[in-house]
Each structure stands twice: as structure tokens, then as C-alpha cells.
Design a protein around this ligand. Structure first.
Ligand code: AGP
Length: 615
């Protein structure tokens, strides 16, 4: 059972007899492993709402609470992992509505918040932060002042929201009541004796209760100290069915998964939704905070600069930029770029891809470009990181905290952002023959496709047993499949310690084929129908030398399956590029299960660090 699903922020809530501030703080502490950049707590007191919030660590919040103590038996708390709006005191949650009638915390993204904000500003509302959350607070406050219960107000308000969210709300007048709603962002409720709790993840409930209810999509909950009511989106009561959680705390942090890596692999459908949230309209893509159209029309070359997995994502970007846009694109290892005296056109764009936003070589390469007055764009996961701050513009991958050293979900989000960027440029340049609307339609379905690809996991477990003793494993493919193979190979070598040789399949006969012998494995990515015949020939070349072939394929002709010793097959999307991207998921699963079968230390592989902040 898993409740954790790629969400970004930590949510806490308590109603009972204890000091709610202490409980909410303790709950936030238990969510610390998820990463955060600001935090806050609000309580109900004597017909008003008090709140304390602070940018930085939970210790900063603790100090603020010492300076401005608040207390109450009904409290909500939040630790924020910023996606929009920097990590500042004002952007931290909880947020009030304009009249301070309600206060709320939020996890997720309200896609239409700018429209709602405009509408509210025309009615005279003013806002203190740059967040979508504050807009939601104003909408809920407005509904509440129409009369009725807080539960009803929230139920009506969320009909005006588009996006993924979990909200937890208190009002100043309904004493001892917390209302929660969930739509695509996780929320769990905990049933205690004379007290009830809620949280974004199970570890924050375990010291208080093991009776847990995972909220369903679109449901709302009303928590009081002695009661819990759940209703559906139409206000009809639904039965409360608690489950007993037997996990220990460490397992609960991983959402019941054995390792963070596996949890993060499984989060990818949610990460895809989160990364695309607010960035797709009916038939176009929308990227916030991007250069003007004049700039996009002027750019004559793109240089993508990154390390490791982010470099591999950059290769996918190159493939798309050149194929879709005919825009010349180079991809550099940051460490080579910074010392390589690169030739840079003054009209070029330098794109820096980084999960952490702190990789030393990538940061140095960025500074080099800035000193040469080259335009810079970051594609970064961690808001507030050095690369995010120093680039002229930054697009966030919105993948949520990635804890495993082996990067998985960040890669998928990086490739997606590069795809959105290519489509944005296509829109500006009106690229002939490219129908952005078709891409938008397919991108909307991508999360479901990823979910289906994950169902291949039991097959990867079996294959892992058969392949775990390979002395060497090739990763081969053509076009985008070759690039995804580079990433598959990195996963296998970094966590399972199996030597790999990754290369475009056509290169094999120019040397690497000499390494093939009995026991050697070759994993083919085969998602491009236009190269099936060539790939089949490459498969035969391996088999003729006693190598074993596993193909990861969306080929519907059956040719790849027939030629290979083993296959992991999935249904294709309409775009070969997206099929190639999806094929990384079985590669990640395979690497994970081989490493697990070999008893390797998966989340902390030997000799490696999550963020390489030294040269
Ligand atoms: C991949 O699994 C590694 N963790 C590593 O290659 C990583 O992608 C690289 O160090 C770059 O990190 P960054 O994205 O934080 O800049």
C-alpha cells in the first residue's frame, strides 16, 4: 500500500485536547525527509486565527514560535517545497483570506489561479504573496461569507479550481473544526481517542494513531475531536473505513516502498501531471517566466550544459530541438564546457539542466556564460537553488524532492520541460507542419501511459533474477532510443555495479562488438518504428556472438519481440519521442531490481553523492 505520490509539501493538522502547535510541529518534523524551504503553523484561539510562519528550516520556525508564541487545541501546519514564488516568509503557508475569516495550507498547484486572482482583484481583493494558495484562501473566504458551513464553503470553492491540490482549512468561527479536501495530492487522516489528525504522509500520524484513512479523490473531510465525517464532491456522506498501519516509521517515510528510489520511480505518473500542471491549455503550451518572442526568434543555436542524468535529459532535448525545430543544438558535460573554451554565438542560448541546482561544474559553466553575456536558461528542480537564482530565466521541473542518489523522476520531468520548451519555441516561430495541439493532447495522456508502463514491474523482477550476474551489459538503440539507453546504463552501473557499454546500435560493429560473448547482456530500446529493421539486424549481431538480448519496445509489428530473447512491451503513444521517454521506466525498474537481487545499497550507492558540489 502506498499513499505517497510525488507531492511536494508537508501538511499537518490536529484537533483534540493537546497543544495543537506542539503536535503540528512534531508532525512537520516527521515529514522533514521530504525536504522543505519554509514552514508555518496556524491555530484557532478565542474566535480568531493566529499564525506564525518563516522561510528556512523548521528550527527557524521554532525560533519564531519562541518569539511569538501561539497556542490552541486545533491547529494546521505546513512545510513548503516551493514550486511558484520563492521561499520567503510571505510565500510560506498558512495563508489567510483577505478578512482573516479562514486560514489554509495547500499542497499542489491551482492552474487557473491567475484568472481567479484577476477576478478577485477586480472586486477589490489585495494579495500579500505570489502564491496560488493565497488566491485559493480568498476564494474559500468569499464562499464562506455567503453563509453555511466551512465544509460547504470549501466544497463550493473547489469547483472553481483547476489543478491538483489538497487543502486543509480552519475558520475563526467553527471552533474545533478542520476541513480538508483532496484532489490528486495525497492526504491521510488519523483517528485517535478524543483527537483526530491529518497529514500529507503517514509518518506524521504514526506516533498518535495507527488507524488511518487515505482520502479518496474529490472527497472532503470534516474533523472534530470526537468525529470524522467524509463527503463526496456532491456533499453525500461516504463511509469512513480506517485501515491499521503496521509499518515502522522508516518504512512509512518511504510510503511503504523498500527504497526511496522505488518510491520515486512509482511517483512518475504523478510527477508528469505535476510538471505539466498549468502548462497546457486546450491546444497550446504555456511556460511561465520565459523570454520574449523576439528573443526566441533571434536564437540561432542552443547549448545544453549538464552532468550525469541531467546531461542525458539534455541529449533528448537536442534530439527534439533539431528534429522538430531544425534548431542546431549541442549538449556539453559541464566539466568539459567550463574548461573547454567553447565557441559561443552571441545569439545562442545556454540551457543548464540540474535537479539540485547546486552542481559545482554546472554552476561554474553558467557563470562562464554569464561573463560572456550569453543568455541563460535553467531547468531546475530545487527552487531557490544557486542555478535557479543565477540563470536569466528558470523553468522548474516540479518533480518534488528527489531523495535517492540515483535520479529517476527528475529525468522524466527534465525531458518533459525540454519538450515543453521545444513546443513553446515552435509556437513562437510557427514551425511549419508541427501541430502543437496534437502534442498537447498526447502529453495529457502521458501520465496514464506511464502508469501502464509501471505494470511491467513483475516482469522486471523475474528478468532481474536471470540477468543479475551479467559481467557486462550493453545499452543500445537508435536516435532517441540510444539516448535513453545512456540513462538506463547509468542507472545499472551506479546502483547495481554492473559494467555497461552504451552506444548507438549502429556503432557496435566499429569495435564494441568484440566484447560480446556468452553471458553478456544487451538491452535494446526499440520504440521508433522507422528503425525496427535496423534494430532487428543489430539484435541478431549480438545473438550470433552468444549474447542475450532484452528489448524494451512499443513496436506493434511483432518483429522486435520475435527477434529478442526477452521483451518488455508497452502500448505506444502517438509520438515516438514520448515512447522513447517512457522506455526509461522499465530500465529504471530493471536496474533497481537487479541491484536489489544483488543486495546493493540502493539509495546510497558506493562512492556517490546526491549533489556534487565539488569539482
Ligand atoms: C544520476 O543518477 C546521478 N545522481 C547524477 O548523475 C546526477 O544526475 C548529476 O550529478 C547531476 O546532478 P544535478 O541534476 O543535481 O545537477
Amino acid at each position: 500500500m502506498s499513499y505517497s505520490n510525488g507531492d511536494m509539501c508537508g501538511i499537518a493538522g490536529y484537533v483534540g485536547e493537546r497543544n495543537g502547535v506542539e503536535v503540528a510541529y512534531d508532525q512537520l518534523k516527521r515529514l522533514e525527509y521530504r525536504g522543505y524551504d519554509s514552514a508555518g503553523i496556524a491555530v484557532q484561539v478565542d474566535g480568531r486565527l493566529d499564525l506564525v510562519k518563516k522561510a528556512g528550516t523548521l528550527n527557524m520556525l521554532a525560533k519564531e514560535l519562541e518569539l511569538h508564541p501561539i497556542t490552541g487545541t486545533c491547529a494546521i501546519g505546513h512545510s513548503r517545497w516551493a514550486t511558484h514564488g520563492g521561499p520567503t516568509d510571505l510565500n510560506a503557508h498558512p495563508h489567510f483570506d483577505g478578512e482573516q475569516d479562514v486560514v489554509l495550507v495547500h499542497n499542489g498547484i491551482i492552474e487557473n489561479y491567475l484568472e481567479l486572482k484577476e477576478e478577485l482583484m477586480q472586486k477589490g481583493h489585495t494579495f500579500l504573496s505570489q502564491t496560488d494558495t493565497e488566491v485559493a484562501a480568498h476564494v474559500i473566504g468569499e464562499e464562506y461569507r455567503k453563509g453555511g458551513t466551512l465544509l460547504e464553503a470549501v466544497r463550493h470553492a473547489v469547483r472553481r479550481f483547476r489543478g491538483a491540490y489538497a487543502f486543509v482549512v480552519m475558520s475563526k468561527s467553527e471552533i474545533g473544526t478542520i476541513v480538508a479536501v483532496r484532489n490528486a495530492s495525497p492526504l491521510v487522516l488519523g483517528l485517535g481517542q478524543g483527537e483526530n489528525l491529518l497529514a500529507s504522509d503517514i509518518p506524521a500520524l504514526l506516533p498518535y494513531t495507527r488507524q488511518v484513512v487515505a482520502m479518496e479523490e474529490g472527497h472532503l473531510a470534516e474533523l472534530k475531536k470526537d468525529s470524522l465525517r467524509i463527503v463526496d464532491g456532491d456533499g453525500r456522506d461516504v463511509p469512513v473505513r480506517p485501515q491499521i498501519i503496521e509499518w515502522d516509521v522508516a518504512a512509512a517515510e518511504r510510503g511503504g516502498y523498500e527504497h526511496f528510489m522505488l518510491k520515486e520511480i512509482h511517483e512518475q505518473p504523478q510527477v508528469i501531471r505535476q510538471c505539466l500542471a498549468g502548462r497546457l491549455t486546450e491546444d497550446r503550451v504555456f511556460l511561465e517566466n520565459i523570454f520574449s518572442d523576439t528573443v526566441w526568434n533571434e536564437i540561432d543555436r542552443v547549448n545544453i550544459i549538464a552532468c550525469g542524468t541531467a546531461f542525458h535529459a539534455g541529449l533528448m532535448g537536442k534530439h527534439l530541438f533539431e528534429k522538430l525545430l531544425r534548431l542546431p543544438t549541442d549538449v556539453y558535460f559541464s566539466s568539459e564546457f567550463r574548461y573547454g573554451d567553447p565557441v559561443l554565438s552571441p545569439k545562442s542560448l545556454a540551457v543548464f539542466v540540474s535537479q539540485s541546482g547546486e552542481t559545482a561544474d554546472t554552476l561554474a559553466a553558467l557563470r562562464l556564460c554569464k561573463s560572456r553575456r550569453i543568455r541563460t536558461l535553467g531547468i531546475v528542480n530545487v527552487v531557490g537553488s544557486s542555478i535557479a537564482r543565477e540563470c536569466d530565466r528558470t523553468i522548474f521541473t516540479q518533480a518534488g524532492p528527489e531523495i535517492s542518489v540515483a535520479s529517476t523522476k527528475a529525468y522524466t520531468a527534465q525531458v518533459l520541460v525540454l519538450s515543453l520548451l521545444a513546443l513553446h519555441i515552435a509556437q513562437v516561430q510557427e514551425t511549419p507542419g508541427l501541430r502543437v495541439a496534437d502534442w498537447v493532447e498526447e502529453l495529457r495522456l502521458l501520465s496514464d501511459h506511464a502508469q501502464t508502463v509501471l505494470t511491467l514491474e513483475p516482469e522486471t523482477v523475474k528478468l532481474a533474477e536471470q540477468l543479475k550476474n551479467m559481467p557486462l551489459c550493453f545499452f543500445l538503440g537508435r536516435g532517441a532510443d540510444a539516448y535513453v539507453g545512456y540513462e538506463g546504463a547509468l542507472k545499472l552501473k551506479e546502483i547495481a555495479y554492473i559494467p555497461t557499454q552504451e552506444s548507438p546500435a549502429g556503432e557496435m560493429k566499429h569495435g564494441p562488438l568484440a566484447l560480446v560473448e556468452a553471458g553478456v547482456g544487451a538491452i535494446f530500446g526499440a520504440t521508433d518504428p522507422s528503425t525496427v529493421d535496423k534494430v532487428v539486424s543489430n539484435i541478431k549481431e549480438i545473438q550470433a556472438r552468444a549474447g542475450t538480448v532484452l528489448s524494451i519496445t512499443s513496436d506493434t509489428s511483432g518483429a522486435i519481440r520475435k527477434a529478442s530473447d526477452h521483451t518488455l512491451e508497452f502500448q505506444p503513444t502517438r509520438f515516438d519521442f514520448l515512447n522513447a521517454l517512457l522506455s526509461v521506466i522499465p530500465m529504471q525498474l530493471l536496474a533497481y531490481h537487479i541491484a536489489n537481487a544483488k543486495g546493493c545499497s540502493i539509495d546510497q550507492p558506493r562512492n556517490l553523492a546526491k549533489s556534487v558540489t565539488v569539482e
